[in-house]
Design a protein around this ligand. Structure first.
Ligand code: PHE
Length: 450
């Protein structure tokens, strides 16, 4: 991994890590569950005020050390090296994430397959078919999950650079074009204005107890921060890459994809009088299948089916490039610190991921779900909550404190100087030291005490 990315390869890899199911699946799901617009606003504020700031901090840690997360903190800390290196272990969070994330990509694989058959005719039919997959179809879930698992580990075993660069070059633009087409189509529906109201006219009374922490978790999740992915990729950041403009672009694409997905998904929810909060993790699948089944065939050409297949394939790749970036940090660490071969490191990680992923599947299946429920939550939800809402914000918080208070300001200034200086640098630095950490601490305190 010490060999550098090409300039464009780096940007694409980081964008590939960031853009994924966080935007396409988690964003609409959480927006639905948290009452819409006010949650969107909260997410946007936290993306800029916390996500963006910490993203640049993690990028600095990676670039200045050129090491895996644990060794990066160890190398850069002037004292208490061992203590700081513990923060690098937040990368374990990424292993938890990839375990349930691969299960979701597995659902996407199943939906690519569904695309070859007649599409559901109503939102109820569509919901029933997702419900069936989730709670009864253990075989499909395992087959799809295993397939995804093999693909991910195969790509990472080939080494990140060659594997990822090629995948991203065509994946991202095609996903974007498809979304624009689908948005255009949604625009012609009556549900569209309800969807944009739902997303854009803030109603703060709709925020629930957990909404703040969920929005923070989502902001971290969709930017891949707090679990070592950005540090790891930035360790191979080529010199003379304008990482500021790349970061701004990535954040912009990230937010836009979430909003576009939200508009499309909720248009179809409202069009068919569905309830945005009701479908849970199945929201995008249920709603999008209705969109596709509404598209009329052109002559013999089943346009809806074709679009469904192509769209879910694009989503599949968006997920894969993110999943890869979750496995790479720990792999890189095991190689660096224990002299493991890449293969040996991956076999070890693969065991853990397969085991946890299997438990996630079983935690939604009718006959096994009761034994995998703790504190009223499924194993899947617990994994998501612990990794996304606790480990990511905490990893990010310590990263911010480390860069803001432990690293020398001069070193950062030199690193940033060609791309961001003067007042902009100072504002970032101020946010990094005070505003972003405070926001994370307050939101966590709110969750615990209020
Ligand atoms: N950012 C990715 C997404 O939005 C998820 C991710 C989380 C990637 C953590 C890497 C590390 O889907």
């Amino acid at each position: 991994m010490n060999e550098k990315f090409s300039k464009i390869g780096f940007v694409l890899a980081v964008a590939g890590s960031a853009v994924g199911l966080g935007n396409a699946w988690k964003f609409p799901t959480l927006v639905g569950q948290n009452g819409g617009s006010a949650f969107v606003l909260l997410y946007l504020i936290l993306t800029l005020g916390v996500g963006f700031i910490i993203f640049l901090a993690e990028l600095s840690i990676g670039k200045l050390s050129e090491k895996d997360p644990v060794n990066a903190y160890y190398t850069l800390a002037p004292k208490n090296k061992r203590l700081w290196s513990l923060v690098g272990f937040s990368m374990i969070g990424a292993i938890l994430i990839v375990s349930f994330y691969s299960v979701i990509i597995g659902w996407i694989v199943k939906y690519i397959y569904f695309g070859f058959f007649p599409l559901p005719k109503s939102i109820d039919e569509s919901a029933a078919s997702f419900g069936n997959l989730l709670s009864n179809d253990v075989i499909s879930q395992f087959v799809c999950f295993t397939f995804v698992f093999v693909v991910i580990f195969y790509v990472v075993s080939k080494g990140v650079k060659s594997g990822i660069e090629k995948l991203n070059v065509w994946m991202m633009p095609s996903l974007f074009i498809l979304l624009i087409l689908m948005l255009g189509y949604s625009f012609s529906m009556e549900g569209f204005s309800k969807a944009s109201d739902f997303l854009f006219s803030p109603d703060f009374s709709k925020l629930g107890v957990g909404s703040f922490l969920s929005a923070l978790g989502l902001a971290c999740f969709s930017l891949s921060i707090g679990v070592g992915s950005i540090i790891t990729y930035s360790a191979s950041l080529p010199d003379k890459t304008n990482f500021i403009s790349s970061t701004i672009n990535i954040i912009f694409i990230n937010v836009i994809i979430g909003i576009m997905m939200g508009l499309i998904v909720f248009t179809f929810v409202f069009e068919f009088n569905g309830d945005p909060a009701q479908q849970g993790p199945g929201l995008i699948f249920v709603s999008l299948m209705n969109l596709f089944s509404n598209i009329n065939p052109i002559g013999f050409l089943p346009l809806g089916n074709i679009l469904a297949v192509v769209f879910f394939i694009a989503l599949f790749f968006a997920g894969i490039t993110s999943a890869i970036s979750m496995i790479e940090p720990l792999t890189f660490y095991l190689i660096n610190s224990y002299n493991f071969s890449r293969k040996k490191a991956l076999v070890l990680i693969a065991f853990v991921v397969y085991f946890l992923g299997s438990l996630c599947i079983l935690s939604s299946i009718e006959w096994s779900k009761d034994s995998l429920e703790f504190f009223g939550k499924s194993f899947f939800d617990i994994l998501d909550f612990v990794a996304s809402n606790l480990m990511m914000p905490l990893g990010g918080l310590f990263g911010a404190i480390f860069v803001g208070f432990v690293l020398k300001k001069e070193a950062l200034k030199t690193l940033f100087n060609p791309y961001m200086r003067g007042i902009f640098f100072e504002i970032w630095y101020f946010f990094l030291r005070f505003i972003s950490p405070l926001a994370v601490i307050l939101i966590m305190a709110k969750q615990i005490f209020f």
